[in-house]
Design a protein around this ligand. Structure first.
Ligand code: HEC
Length: 173
């Protein structure tokens, strides 16, 4: 069972339950402010959890850097290994305590975990492409993975990567 998929599934179920519960009394609140990105999605995490998350990201970046030479050489074994590592996670899934996992469930918005789930499915695709020794599919999934990094960062990591923030209004005070 893939831990992070479990995390995502559990949180989605919890979110749906919450939305349904609140529906009895008043219209469901939107999960995220309309029209504005939840820039501080991780700001609510306790520092040690945020640190683990950053370590996960650093490991992910290392994996992507290792991936490129393997892809351009058709090194299927290495590609498959890296894809498997990306899929099963580096730091978070190995070091999280039960309490920290619950904390993540509570704090991260469902749309964030959905992206995370999609991302891990792309790693599955890459692994299969490597098994099938397909240069085309392998390149395709590498592209999709990069798209996954950029898509999530531009929405949820603007604080860390301010270049993704929308340009400030000309007359802001
Ligand atoms: C589901 C969302 C999501 C995906 C997918 C994602 N990231 Fe991130 N990443 C984040 C967030 C959010 C931060 C900012 C963390 C913070 O501010 O504490 C971040 C931060 C980072 C950082 C900076 C870590 C640090 O030490 O500050 C790196 C490097 C990084 N990501 C690499 C990647 C790479 C490479 C990929 C794709 C292969 C990727 N990320 C995919 C959400 C994501």
């Amino acid at each position: 069972m893939k831990l992070r998929s479990v995390v995502a599934a559990t949180l989605l179920v919890a979110a749906v339950a919450t939305a349904q519960g609140s529906h009895e009394h008043h219209p469901p609140a939107p999960q995220e402010p309309m029209g504005s990105a939840p820039v501080g999605a991780l700001a609510a995490l306790p520092p040690e959890l945020r640190e683990l998350f950053r370590l996960e990201m650093a490991a992910l970046q290392g994996a992507m850097l290792e991936l490129l030479p393997a892809v351009i050489a058709g090194d299927w074994g290495t590609i498959g290994r890296i894809a498997g590592e990306i899929r099963s996670g580096f730091v978070l899934s190995r070091r999280l305590t039960e309490a920290q996992r619950e904390e993540l469930h509570r704090v991260l918005p469902p749309s964030f975990l959905e992206r995370d789930g999609d991302f891990h499915r792309l790693a599955d695709g890459l692994e299969a492409a490597a098994r099938g020794r397909s240069p085309e599919l392998t390149s395709f999934y590498v592209y999709r993975l990069v798209e996954g990094c950029v898509g999530c960062h531009s929405r949820f990591a603007q604080e860390r990567f301010p270049a993704f923030a929308p340009p400030a209004p000309a007359h802001a005070h």
